[in-house]
Every structure is written in structure tokens, then in C-alpha cells.
Design a protein around this ligand. Structure first.
Ligand code: F6P
Length: 753
């Protein structure tokens, strides 16, 4: 509108100026035309009346002459007619002949186009023509035409000219505004498409091939600038809680952050009369907790502890960490049926094995799916409930909440939703077996940004969408455009807090070594290896124990001198496969210990129990080696925790090549957990590795964890979220108020198949 006015006002001013110059010119020209016209008319009249006039003059009948003249003046344009005798004198004329016309002065009226005379009756045109009678001058005929009609005509001409210019202006303005609007829309559409990563292409119009290179270059340029900006930031910044806070207040203007995960960071558990606080064995919690302490905000999670309800306020909230509250924990309560269907069933019997491909068949039940949908709705409602603005930043975590992004987007369309998938994403064929695959993808694509640990998982996800959905996939920008919404698919390798908190690494390494050995009745010089996991079949604990057994077979000198302590936190114990797995791991440990019973100390110590983080760090610091043998793992933060715990620069990490961490920590001894001999050889290599080599390797790994710590992980997501927010707002502005997104009620992600 503003643009149109900016154009129309100058247009009308310019036309006004033109009209101002043109109208007098047209007046002048019209007057000249009429003068010439009337003069010709005068000649015509004079020629026509020559004959009768001669007769009357010859007859010398003055009365007849006057009657004759009066008849001529009946013509509406002829004002007066007169005859001047030769040589001057008084004219014989109609009474209307102006007295200013003197017969003695007729010479002044003898110009080519008559003479204009201003009289009280209005403008008059005086024309004179000689009259001959029998070859001698018979006098001069004076014809006076009334010119007042010219003024009337001129008035009309001005009016028509005015209408003409107004019409012209309006037409030009209309056409120009229409063209401008069309091309503006075209540009805006193109820009929107570019920002959405679609290129200058319309789904309803044929593609414009000539524009493709321009669109590609433009997108590449934008992406380069962003990447350069980000990498410059990444390199220059020391990633600390303060950096994260600065990003939040700078890039996101202190916008509120809401985190959603299934697992809560603090679990209140009833122990007799007391209430104990447990820190769960969860990579997700390890990573997110320091972020929330830095950012404040609200963390929404399932309240699963036996005393969880006893400590919340009337809004199911409590401030955490318990010692120094820094953020709000909002607990969501689930019925036993919901927990069974959503958590144990669909999430952990369906999606978990589906995504890990760890030789356990996924089980999909309709009843579980229904609970999964219902619980996702419940958490979506909690997000809406907790949001204090219409455009919060919502960080949705993990496979428990695949449907949540779409549900939130439908009720809070201006929210920026970052969904992070903490576990691997399988290839399209593997994912395609899920009966609710379309619904899951649809739910996830409600997010603004979808994050995975590795590029490999991003590729798998984009391949899956490309194969299963009618979506536009841009592999250059790594974006998916689906149902009018753009989702960026990005790699954010998760990490841990750096430096590790003093409560975790405060106890000196020597004390840790001594205390752990004392606890397990092992001598001071006894070599120790540790494995820290949830008791999960994806973690490769059986393969690890088999490797220890193989080490003792191939290097019997370690029998009685080396013990592998496996801490296995009980997890998902209601699921049959987990119960069986625990049984198999226990049996294997017992069998190996039996086999090497003659050694002074058992080769395996299996501790199936929950440990608090400080206890786990004590084991890390006491160990000579740490073994991570996941069969498939998104990242595996145990590897990074071990590295961060070793400020003495000692200890060797043995790491499965099937973890995301293996891509970042190549200085570890990288193994294939299915290759028992390779793992056993790695154990021997680690146990015999000189201190200098240990130091060299762990220094490099510590450097990486320091630089790529969890603040950087979260910071990069928030920076990208801020950029997407800016893009989104730009598009909304370009779309105009009528096209701005409006809240709509949820349309049923829980569609039954
Ligand atoms: O780290 C992967 C992960 O699945 C987390 O998402 C989860 O919190 C953790 O393992 C532990 O699983 P659970 O919460 O089921 O005990």
C-alpha cells in the first residue's frame, strides 16, 4: 500500500504539471483554428453574397441592403454585417456592428485570418472583403463573427482534458501498480521459495529451468555466509555457560526455552521414610542438564519416581537442581497403561529396536501406538500450558516424542521447534516396516530444525522422507518442505559439559584408584577396565565380556592381574528382551569367572545397579581402560565422559566403530565389537600401552571434547533456531497479514490406519 502511494502521488503530480503546460497551448491552438475557420467562412459568405449584394448596391436601396444584412446575421455565428462605401464614410450596417469599427480604418482588419476584437459583447472576429460592381470598387463588406462560442468550447476542452489526464493517470497507475504487484509477488514468491530452499520453482507452475542456476548460486551464497558466520563464531567463541546465555539473550532476545523429554533430570525416590534424589543413567540428561542450568526455562518430563508427586507444587512444578534451583522442572503424570503402551511398548519395543538394528525385532501394537499418540498429546498440552509467549523455543528430545513437533506447531504456530533425535536413524527400508511410518515422519516434520548426531543419520532421514512422503527434499541445503512447512535437517554431535564439574572430578585420581580397588578387594597394582552402560542389548555388553574372555585365552598372563568392572544400570526391566538380556549377561559373566576361577582375582565384576554420577566418575578415574562396544549408538557419551574425567592424561579408550563418538575420537582404539579377536587385541594393546602414548592420545581427545562441548552443541542449535526464526518472520512479512499463520486446533496426528 505504502509502495503504491509512493508511486501514485508523484505520477499525479507529474500529470498535473503536464496538464498545466498543455491546456494553454491547446487553448491557443483551438483559437487559431477557429479564427482561420471563421475567416474562411467569411470568404465563403462574401463570395456567396457578391451577386445579390451587387444588385442591391446597383439599385441603391439602403433598406433592402439592411434587410439583406439582417438575414445574414440570422446565422448564429454572424454577429454583424456592414458595407463601407469606397473611400470611407459611414457604413450601412446592422445595429450590432461595433462602433469601434470605422470604415476609414478598415486596413487594420485586412490580415490573413481576420482580426480579433474584444468588445463588451465578448470576443469578435472582424473580416473584411472588397465588393466590386461592374469592375469598379463597390465598397468593403465587413463581416463580424461572434467568438464567444470559442470560450465555451475552450472551457469544454479544458474539462475534457482534465478528465483525460485523470483517466490517463488512473489507467497508468492501475496498470503500473498491477504490474508492480505481480512482479513483487513473483519476487517475493521467489525469495520465499529460496528461503524455504525450494528454488525459484512453484509446485503449481512448471519449473523455470533458466532460473535454476541463479537460485542455486543464491542459496549456496546464503549458506556460505551462514556457514562462515557460524564457523567464525564457532572458532572464536570459548563455549561456556556464559556464551550460551549470551546467545540466548542476543540472538534470541531472552526468549523463553522449553525443553521436553521423557526422562527427567532428577528422580525423587522413596527409600523408607526418606526421599532420595536419583540422577538417571541417561546420555540425554547428562547433556541437557548443564544447558538448562545455564539457560533457565522449563523442562517438561515424565514424573516417574515413587516420590515425585510429593515434592511438586500445585502446578506440578519444582525448582531444580535441588541445592541451587536454576530452572523449573514440570512433571507430567502418566497412568500405568499410558506408561506401558507409550514408553515400554511403542517407544522401547517398537522404535528403539527399529532405529538401532541390533538384532532384536521391533514389536508394533496398535494399543501401544494409541497410547503413544495420547501421551504425545498430553505433553503437547503441557508445552502450551507452560508457554508464556506465542513464540517460545521448544526443544523436543528423542524418539518418545516423534509426533510432538507437529502437535505443538498446530497450536503454537509461531513457536520455533527444534527436535533432536538422540538415537540412530535407520535406512528407508528398515524404517519402512513401521506401520505408522507416515504419521511419525509427518509429526517430526512439524519441527523447524531436526537434529541428529551424525551426517549419516541425517542422510538416512532425508532418504526416508524422499522415499516415503510426497515432500520436496533439497539435498544441497538439507531441508525438507512438507505441508507448506520447511524443516532443516542438521547434524549436531552431542557432547558433555566442559570442564567437568568439581563434584565429579574433585577427588584425586590416586584416591579414586585406591578406593575402587579396595572396594573390589583388588591389589593396588591390579589393572582395571571399566564399562558403564544401561543394561541394554544395544550396548554390546555380551560382546565385551567375550572379548575379555578371549584376552585371557590369547594372553593368559593377564589372568589374575586384570579385572573388568561392568556397571550396568537396570533399565526397561518390564520388557522381555531386557530381562532375557540381563539373564544372558549375568550368565556369561558367571561362566567366564568360573572358567578362570583359578586366577587370584575374578576377571569380571558385574554390578547391575544404579550409580550416581560421582560414583561413575570415580570408576572412570580409577581405570586403566574404558571399553565402549555399542552395536549401534547415536553418539555414546560414556566415551566422552571417560576422556573428560582423565585430567591426569592417562587411561585408554576402546571404542566401537558403530558409535557416533568414533567419528570424533579417532585417537581411541577403534574396534568392531562383533570381532572378538580384534577387541581382545585392543584390550591387550591398551593394557600394555606406554604412558607417553596414552597421554598423546587422550590429550587430543580431551582437546576435542573441550572445544566441542555441550554448550557448543546447544549453542549451534539455538543460533540456527534464531536464523530460522528470522527467515520465518521475513516470509510472514512478505506474505502479508492475510497469510500469516494462525493457531489451529490439532487435526489428529493420531489418525488410525
Ligand atoms: O541416550 C539415548 C537414550 O535413549 C536417551 O534418549 C534416554 O534418556 C536414555 O537413552 C536412557 O533411556 P531411558 O530413559 O529409557 O532410561
Amino acid at each position: 500500500m505504502r509502495l503504491s502511494l509512493r508511486f501514485i502521488i508523484p505520477l499525479f503530480l507529474a500529470l498535473g504539471a503536464i496538464a498545466y503546460a498543455v491546456v494553454p497551448l491547446v487553448d491557443k491552438l483551438t483559437l487559431q483554428w477557429f479564427e482561420r475557420d471563421l475567416d474562411i467562412r467569411a470568404t465563403l459568405i462574401a463570395n456567396t453574397v457578391q451577386e445579390p449584394l451587387r444588385d442591391v448596391i446597383r439599385a441603391g436601396d439602403r433598406t433592402r441592403l439592411l434587410q439583406f444584412f439582417t438575414r445574414i446575421t440570422e446565422d448564429e455565428r454572424v454577429f454583424a454585417v456592414g458595407l463601407c462605401p469606397p473611400g470611407g464614410g459611414e457604413p450601412i450596417a446592422t445595429p450590432t456592428l461595433p462602433s469601434a469599427i470605422k470604415c476609414a480604418e478598415l486596413a487594420r482588419y485586412s490580415g490573413e485570418a481576420g482580426h480579433l476584437l474584444k468588445s463588451p459583447d465578448g470576443p469578435l472576429l472582424v473580416s473584411v472583403r472588397p465588393v466590386e460592381v461592374e469592375g469598379a470598387p463597390g465598397g468593403t463588406l465587413v463581416l463580424v463573427h461572434d467568438m464567444s462560442f470559442v470560450a465555451r468550447r475552450s472551457e469544454e476542452t479544458r474539462k475534457y482534458l482534465f478528465y483525460f489526464f485523470v483517466g490517463l493517470g488512473a489507467t497508468v497507475a492501475l496498470i503500473t501498480v498491477a504490474i508492480a504487484q505481480l512482479s513483487w509477488r513473483g519476487w517475493v514468491h521467489g525469495l520465499r521459495a529460496l528461503l524455504r530452499g525450494e528454488g525459484l520453482v512453484r509446485s503449481d507452475k512448471p519449473e523455470v529451468p533458466e532460473l535454476r542456476p541463479i537460485a542455486r548460486d543464491l542459496r549456496a551464497l546464503i549458506s556460505d555466509i551462514e556457514a562462515e558466520h557460524r564457523s567464525r563464531d564457532d572458532e572464536q567463541l570459548a563455549w561456556t555457560p556464559d556464551t550460551l546465555r549470551a546467545i540466548l539473550h542476543g540472538e534470541l532476545r531472552g526468549q523463553e526455552v522449553i525443553v521436553v523429554s521423557n526422562r527427567e533430570p532428577y528422580i525423587h525416590v522413596r527409600e523408607g521414610e526418606d526421599i532420595a534424589i536419583w540422577r538417571p543413567a541417561s546420555g540425554l540428561v547428562t547433556a541437557l542438564e548443564p544447558i538448562m542450568r545455564a539457560c533457565s526455562g522449563t523442562w517438561i518430563a515424565h514424573g516417574g519416581g515413587s516420590a515425585d508427586r510429593d515434592v511438586v507444587d500445585s502446578h506440578d512444578r519444582l525448582g531444580v537442581p535441588p541445592e541451587h534451583p536454576a530452572y523449573q522442572l514440570r512433571r507430567v503424570w502418566l497412568s500405568p497403561e499410558q506408561e506401558a503402551g507409550y514408553y515400554y511398548g511403542f517407544a522401547n519395543e517398537g522404535l528403539w529396536p527399529l532405529c538401532h538394528i541390533a538384532h532384536v525385532r521391533p514389536t508394533f501394537r496398535t494399543a501401544d501406538w494409541e497410547q503413544y499418540v495420547a501421551v504425545n498429546h498430553k505433553f503437547a498440552a503441557a508445552v502450551v500450558d507452560e508457554a508464556t509467549s506465542h513464540d517460545p523455543i521448544v526443544l523436543v528430545h528423542d524418539y518418545h516424542f516423534a509426533l510432538l513437533p507437529r502437535m505443538i506447531q498446530e497450536t503454537l504456530p509461531a513457536a520455533t521447534i527444534v527436535s533432536f533425535w538422540h538415537i540412530p536413524w535407520p535406512n528407508p527400508e528398515a524404517f519402512g516396516i513401521c506401520p505408522w511410518r507416515d504419521e511419525l515422519l509427518d509429526g517430526m516434520l512439524g519441527a523447524t530444525i531436526l537434529g541428529f548426531h551424525t551426517q549419516f543419520h541425517c542422510n538416512n532421514f532425508v532418504d526416508t522422507v524422499d522415499r516415503l512422503l510426497e515432500a520436496r527434499v533439497d539435498r544441497e541445503m538439507f531441508t525438507v518442505s512438507y505441508r507448506g512447512k520447511l524443516t532443516a535437517v542438521k547434524r549436531y554431535p552431542i557432547s558433555i559439559e566442559w570442564p567437568p564439574s568439581a563434584e565429579l572430578v574433585g577427588k584425586p585420581v590416586e584416591e579414586c584408584r585406591r578406593d575402587v580397588r579396595l572396594r573390589h578387594d583388588l591389589p593396588a597394582d591390579h589393572a582395571i577396565g571399566v564399562g558403564i552402560d544401561r543394561l541394554d542389548y544395544t550396548k554390546g555388553i555380551e560382546e565385551r565380556l567375550r572379548a575379555v574372555e578371549r584376552l585371557l585365552e590369547t594372553h593368559p598372563e593377564w589372568a589374575g592381574k586384570f579385572t573388568f568392572i561392568q556397571i550396568a544400570a537396570p533399565t526397561r526391566g518390564r520388557i522381555e528382551q531386557y530381562q532375557e538380556y540381563e539373564g544372558r549377561v549375568r550368565a556369561m559373566a558367571a561362566r567366564i569367572n568360573d572358567r578362570f576361577a583359578s586366577a587370584r582375582f575374578p576377571p569380571i565384576e558385574l554390578k547391575v545397579e544404579h550409580h550416581q554420577p560421582e560414583d561413575i566418575y570415580e570408576y572412570y578415574r580409577a581405570a586403566d581402560l574404558c571399553m565402549v562396544t555399542s552395536l549401534h549408538d547415536g553418539m555414546n557419551l560414556v566415551a566422552k565422559e571417560f576422556v573428560s574425567s582423565r585430567d591426569d592424561e592417562r587411561g585408554v579408550l576402546i571404542l566401537s566403530r558403530f558409535t557416533g563418538a568414533a567419528r570424533e575420537l579417532p585417537e581411541a582404539l577403534i574396534v568392531n565389537p562383533y570381532d572378538t579377536d580384534e577387541c581382545a587385541a585392543a584390550l591387550h594393546l591398551a593394557l600394555s600401552m606406554p604412558a607417553r602414548e596414552q597421554r598423546a592420545r587422550i590429550r587430543l581427545m580431551r582437546g576435542l571434547v573441550q572445544d566441542f562441548n555441550v554448550y557448543r552443541w546447544a549453542g549451534r542449535m539455538l543460533i540456527d533456531a534464531a536464523a530460522m526464526r528470522r527467515h520465518g518472520r521475513l516470509l510472514e512479512r512478505a506474505a502479508g497479514p492475510d497469510r500469516q499463520r494462525r493457531p489451529v486446533l490439532h487435526s489428529g496426528a493420531g489418525r488410525r490406519r
